[in-house]
Design a protein around this ligand. Structure first.
Ligand SMILES: Cc1cc2nc3c(=O)[nH]c(=O)nc-3n(C[C@H](O)[C@H](O)[C@H](O)COP(=O)(O)OP(=O)(O)OC[C@H]3O[C@@H](n4cnc5c(N)ncnc54)[C@H](O)[C@@H]3O)c2cc1C
Length: 467
């Protein structure tokens, strides 16, 4: 096949997208904007259901963010798009397989694991990753069997980003606040009988350096049956941070600081649960009893300082304390995982790339391979950030097609590719299958006034599908 013909009606550009989160769907919508280019896109997803963290990460009580899937649904209705759920790159299909069927392969696999704290005691019973808890309450099929001991009264969450805030909010909400969400049924049942009373979130620097966003932190002060508190000393930011903040014009951080200062003036302790936000503390050890269960967390107090690169950093000032805790969640960042045959930057937890073109460790571009989303840039930004990120990569992909720099797949038969995929995974889920599952979930939700009741087991999904 001549390269110059790729992307024409006779020889459409064939793209494989690995991962069906926001980045994957923004790759689709960006390609569809190139109306002069004939392109077919096959998306592979290890889960039976699409949408990545929008389904499995975004909190169930934040449905407004989840509504972005309607936009993805519109892209998926395009005739030149196909979905193959329950198909894992590296298990059912390899790089060599994909090169036989596609001109270009783009990885949008996200950040599938989390960072550890690196302190003693992290493997004690009752010490968990927030990632696991989030996946559990969202009904991610791989996490349905996780156990969290909600008979504990004291919970500590390490980290001060939106994920930590989500976990704290879910733990503090009442049944009434959760029952109309799409939280997994088993999680709702477990949370209904939770004994959790005190939830403490720990940040190592001050309010001006916290990674949460204003709407999320403001919501902490609006909970039905949990009081929020911040100590006056920890809430008020140091002079250097204030000077830098004034000079930066960063409106979100200014709002964050103002909200935290306001919380520090509240002194109500009337509700059943207490939510405490701490600043300027770092965990040094998770402590446990003789049976290996978490009983507390040792902290050291910090001060902030300006380092030589102009960043505000934290350093310990020696004072220590131990907070009682029966459950500890770490939430100090997500991290990508390596994929077979693809160069991986261990230090950053992303695939080596230059503006979305995969490179080797020396920066040499690897023909036909691309990345977008969290596996490209790391776990930063909101859902919408992946849109511009995917555009940058798709623009380069189109440029490379025009330059004739693509793989040369042996097979160009659209239907043969589908047959090949089903030969590797007979239980692959198509978009029509997902549409059926989606409708069934929504129907089950109607009588309970919930957006949906999620299927959480693959076997259950395969059983109800009519095909
Ligand atoms: C707990 C949490 C809550 C969040 N809440 C919000 C929020 O409220 N609002 C907001 O704007 N942003 C939120 N975000 C951020 C947002 O979810 C991310 O920006 C976005 O999901 C990243 O998109 P992505 O496509 O790169 O990765 P993902 O969404 O993670 O998608 C990657 C997909 O690739 C699949 N995959 C991985 N490996 C393979 C493989 N080998 N083969 C096939 N498929 C594979 C995964 O199963 C997954 O479906 C939240 C993030 C987290 C972690």
């Amino acid at each position: 096949m001549s390269h110059s013909a790729v992307g024409t009606e006779k020889s459409p550009l064939r793209v494989a997208i690995i991962g069906s989160g926001p980045a994957g769907f923004y790759v689709v919508s960006n390609f569809l904007k190139h109306r002069d280019l004939h392109v077919t896109m096959d998306m592979f997803e290890r889960l039976p259901t699409p949408f990545g963290l929008v389904r499995a990460g975004v909190a169930p009580d934040h449905q407004k963010y989840k509504s972005v899937t309607r936009v993805y649904d519109r892209s998926a209705k395009n005739d030149n798009y196909r979905f193959f759920g329950n198909v894992t790159y590296g298990e059912h299909i390899s790089l060599e397989d994909l090169k036989q069927h596609y001109h270009q392969i783009i990885f949008t696999t996200g950040a599938q694991t989390d960072r550890s704290l690196g302190v003693p005691g992290e493997s004690l019973v009752g010490s968990h990753s927030a990632t696991d808890f989030v996946a559990w309450y969202n009904g991610h099929p791989d996490y349905v069997d996780c156990q969290f001991d909600l008979s504990q009264k004291e919970v500590v969450i390490v980290g001060l980003g939106n994920v930590a805030v989500d976990v704290a909010r879910i733990l503090c909400k009442t049944e009434n606040e959760l029952k109309h969400t799409d939280i997994a049924d088993y999680a709702l049942t477990a949370l209904k009988s939770s004994h959790v009373k005190n939830v403490t979130i720990l940040g190592r620097r001050g309010p001006a350096q916290a990674a949460f966003t204003p709407p999320e932190i403001r919501e902490m002060g609006e909970l039905e049956d949990a009081d929020v508190s911040v100590s006056y000393n920890e809430a008020h930011i140091d002079e250097t941070s204030r000077r830098l903040l004034e000079a930066s014009g960063d409106k979100n951080t200014k709002k964050n600081v103002a909200i935290i200062e306001e919380f520090s003036e509240w002194h109500a302790h009337e509700k059943s649960k207490q939510l405490t936000i701490r600043f300027l503390v770092s965990p040094t050890e998770i402590v446990g009893d003789d049976e290996g269960h978490v009983t507390g967390i040792k902290l050291v107090k910090n001060e902030t300082y300006l380092d030589e690169d102009g960043a505000i950093k934290a350093r310990a000032i020696g004072e220590e304390e131990t907070l009682p805790a029966g459950l500890v969640f770490r939430s100090v960042g997500y991290r990508g995982v390596p994929l077979p045959d693809i160069p991986f930057n261990e230090a950053k937890g992303i695939i080596f790339n230059h503006e979305g073109r995969v490179t080797d460790a020396d920066g040499v571009v690897q023909t036909g391979l691309y990345v977008a989303g969290w596996i490209k840039r790391g776990p930063t930004g909101v859902i919408g950030t992946n849109k511009t990120d995917a555009k940058e990569t798709v623009d380069h992909m189109v440029e490379d097609v025009k330059r004739g720099v693509t793989f040369e797949p042996a097979s160009s038969d659209y239907e043969a590719t589908k047959a090949f995929i089903f030969s590797r995974q007979k239980d692959a889920i198509t978009y029509d299958d997902w549409t059926q599952l989606d409708q069934k979930e929504i129907e089950s939700g109607i009588k309970e006034e919930r957006p949906r009741v999620k299927f959480t087991a693959l076997s259950e999904m395969l059983d109800v599908l009519e095909r």
